[in-house]
Structure formats: structure tokens, C-alpha cells
Design a protein around this ligand. Structure first.
Ligand code: F6P
Length: 375
């Protein structure tokens, strides 16, 4: 029997989303003879039944393009802003799934999307997710697509910042995306030769960072690049957060991943990140006597042409996804595992964040070349 599959992209966009849509679509249509339909703007489009035809023609010429041809949103099925209210629209979504005679819904997204997909699975829908995010923080997969492209962009940015920092004898603090996990800052920091790398996983002591910079200046290098993940916090901030978490339930503020936040919240969080990073640059200027400048890479890291590695990964995951649907395997994320792929139950992915282990080989190796982590 011909299978009907729906596909949507949810959460923040990432390079190679179109390569993944193409991978799923071409394998589903051409190889397995299925029908495929797109939904616009994530779960909102499914709730509003706004569809996009995905025939062979629409799937051509998108492998190399940035963004998502389907559009995306951070809307969640169970908490959707509708007419000025936040409503649970799960039933409408379930209804549209059935009205479109779907056998499976493919959701391309990060940890937050896996959580939403699991909610739909619990309502009886067949769902599959693919791990997408530049943050590389999805549990259960070796890597996510979008990460490699962002890594290249952030590395090139650090390369370019080096020559200007060197010429002006300045500190340049560069803020890199990654609110819960520091994979991107760590990778780009190592590849770009940052002198200091600050990660959400390692609360930093600003005095230790300043001393590393002063030490470089004493050694004849009066310039430094500080690569900061947007979620990096000082030891004082970490202690304050820990105290808040221990406080009785009233007023207890649970830190949310940006992927779980509503749009307004995510915007506010970004302003906070930027403010915190600016304060860090000012403190370093004060403590070292060197001029400091701040560069926030922001959404530059998410845009544009995907790298070859991301195109390959997205194609690999997308085609494996179509194969799993053909076999009737649902309720899983298609994870990257070594050279291949493997289905991982959504229960093992949803609500989890893959952070950088403190003893990760990359951290050890960065320490060997003299990188300061602020600890
Ligand atoms: O989830 C990926 C990410 O790029 C985070 O690193 C960042 O905090 C967030 O998205 C910002 O997303 P937006 O501006 O789209 O809300």
C-alpha cells in the first residue's frame, strides 16, 4: 500500500535543512513510491493545514541552498499563540494528520522538536525526527546537521578577527551561538586558535581569563581572542543559579533551552547573552589594561550555503528516514552513528541536552596547546 508522509521543519533554522528535505523526499518518492506533502512553518502550518506540494521538481535545486523551503517556527503543538491566547492545539494537529491520510510525520528539528514529536507520538501519531541544529546538542546522535557549516563560519570569523586584534594590540571577545552546550565555541575556538574558550559547561573566573591575557602580553603578545559560547557564565553566576535551583519552588526559575522558548523569550535571552558578553569584554579591558572589542556572530552562523559535510550528513539521515518509514519503524529519531545511521527512541532524546563532557578529548587537547578555559 502506498504510504503518505508529511514533513515539516521546526525550531531555529540550520544549514542543510533543504538537503534533508530533499533526501527524505527523493528517497520516499523515487525509491519507495510514497506520497509526500510539506507543512509550512513548523507545527503551526500543520495546525493550520497550510501545505506545500513536494513533487520531484520542488525537490530539485535545493541541495545547496540555505534556510528551509518549508519555513519554520518555534510554535509548539500544546502551547500555540492563537488570537492573543496560548492554546493547546494538539487536537487540531492530530485532526489534520488524519485528514491528510498520513502514515507518518517527519519532523526536522532539535531537542525541542523531538519533545513535541514525542507528545504527538503519545497521541497515537507515527512520527520520526531528524537531528538538526548548529548547536550540536541533541542527545543520541554523534552529530547534528548544520553544525559543520556553522563551525566553518565561526572559524573563519575568528581567523579574520586575529589579524585585527594583532594589529591594534586588542582583546577581541567573540560570542558564538550555543546556549546550553559549547560544541560550536569549542570547535571554532580550537580551529581558529582562540587564546581563551569559555563554555556553558565550565563556569569561568574572569580573573583567570585576565591573567591568561596579561601573561600573553608579558610574553610579547599584547592581543588575545576570547571565544565565548553565548551560554557561558561566570562562577558567581553559576553559584547564584545553583542557589536559585535549590530554593523552594516559589520563584524558582528553571533555565530553558532557547529551542524550548517561545519567540519573545528567545529574543530576550539573546539580549541577555549579548549584555553578559559585553560586560565580560568591559571587565577584561579593566583588568588587563588592553582595549577590548566585542563581536557577536549571531545568526550569521545559521545562514547561507551548507558545507559539503552537512549536505552529506543530511542526505544520509534523510534517505535513512525514508527507509525506516518503508519498514514501518516510527517513534524514533534517525541518529548519525559512525559512518551509518541508527534509529533512537524519541523517549531517549526528548528533553535531553548533549553537553560537552569536561574530560572530552577536545578540551584536553586545547589545554595542551595552552588554551585557557577560565577555570
Ligand atoms: O537553537 C539554535 C540556536 O542557534 C541557539 O544557539 C540560539 O540561542 C538560538 O538558536 C537563537 O535562535 P532564534 O534567534 O531563532 O530564536
Amino acid at each position: 500500500m502506498t504510504k503518505y508522509i508529511g514533513i515539516l521543519t521546526a525550531g531555529g533554522d540550520a544549514p542543510a535543512l533543504n538537503a534533508a528535505i530533499r533526501g527524505v523526499g527523493k528517497a520516499a518518492l523515487g525509491h519507495h513510491g510514497m506520497h509526500i506533502i510539506g507543512f509550512r512553518d513548523g507545527f503551526r502550518g500543520l495546525m493550520e493545514n497550510r501545505t506545500a506540494a513536494l513533487d520531484g521538481g520542488r525537490l530539485s535545486g535545493i541541495l545547496t541552498t540555505g534556510g528551509t523551503i518549508l519555513g519554520t517556527s518555534r510554535d509548539k503543538p500544546h502551547k500555540m499563540p492563537v488570537g492573543g491566547k496560548i492554546l493547546d492545539m494538539t487536537d487540531a494537529i492530530v485532526g489534520n494528520y488524519h485528514d491528510n491520510h498520513l502514515d507518518c510525520l517527519v519532523c526536522l528539528g532539535g531537542g525541542g522538536t523531538a519533545k513535541n514529536a514525542l507528545r504527538l507520538k503519545k497521541k497515537g501519531l507515527n512520527v520520526i525526527t531528524l537531528p538538526k541544529t548548529i548547536d550540536n546538542d541533541v542527545a543520541g546522535t554523534d552529530i547534528t546537521f548544520g553544525f559543520d557549516t556553522a563551525l566553518n563560519i565561526a572559524t573563519e570569523a575568528i581567523d579574520r578577527l586575529h589579524s585585527t586584534a594583532h594589529s591594534h594590540h586588542r582583546i577581541i571577545v567573540v560570542e558564538i551561538m550555543g546556549h546550553r552546550a559549547g560544541w560550536l565555541a569549542l570547535g571554532a575556538g580550537i580551529a581558529g586558535g582562540a587564546d581563551v574558550i569559555l563554555l556553558p559547561e565550565i563556569p569561568y573566573d574572569v580573573e583567570s581569563v585576565a591573567e591568561a591575557i596579561r601573561e600573553r602580553a608579558r610574553g610579547g603578545k599584547p592581543f588575545s581572542i576570547v571565544a565565548v559560547a553565548e551560554g557561558a557564565i561566570s562562577i558567581q553566576e553559576a553559584a547564584a543559579l545553583a542557589a536559585k535551583d535549590k530554593a523552594p519552588a516559589k520563584g524558582k526559575a528553571k533555565r530553558k533551552a532557547a529551542s524550548e522558548m517561545d519567540d519573545g523569550e528567545a529574543d530576550a535571552a539573546e539580549i541577555l547573552y549579548a549584555d553578559r558578553t559585553l560586560q565580560l569584554a568591559k571587565k577584561l579591558e579593566l583588568l588587563t589594561g588592553l582595549e577590548a572589542r566585542l563581536t557577536i556572530l549571531g545568526h550569521l552562523q545559521r545562514g547561507g550555503t551548507p558545507s559539503a559535510a552537512d549536505r552529506i550528513l543530511a542526505t544520509r539521515l534523510g534517505t535513512a528516514c525514508a527507509d525506516l518509514i518503508a519498514k514501518g519503524t516510527y517513534g524514533v529519531m534517525v541518529a548519525a552513528k559512525g559512518e551509518g545511521t541508527r534509529p533512537v527512541k524519541l523517549e531517549e532524546v526528548a528533553g535531553k541536552v548533549k553537553t560537552v563532557p569536561l574530560d572530552h578529548a577536545l578540551i584536553l587537547s586545547a589545554r595542551r596547546v595552552g588554551t585557557n578555559f577560565g577555570d
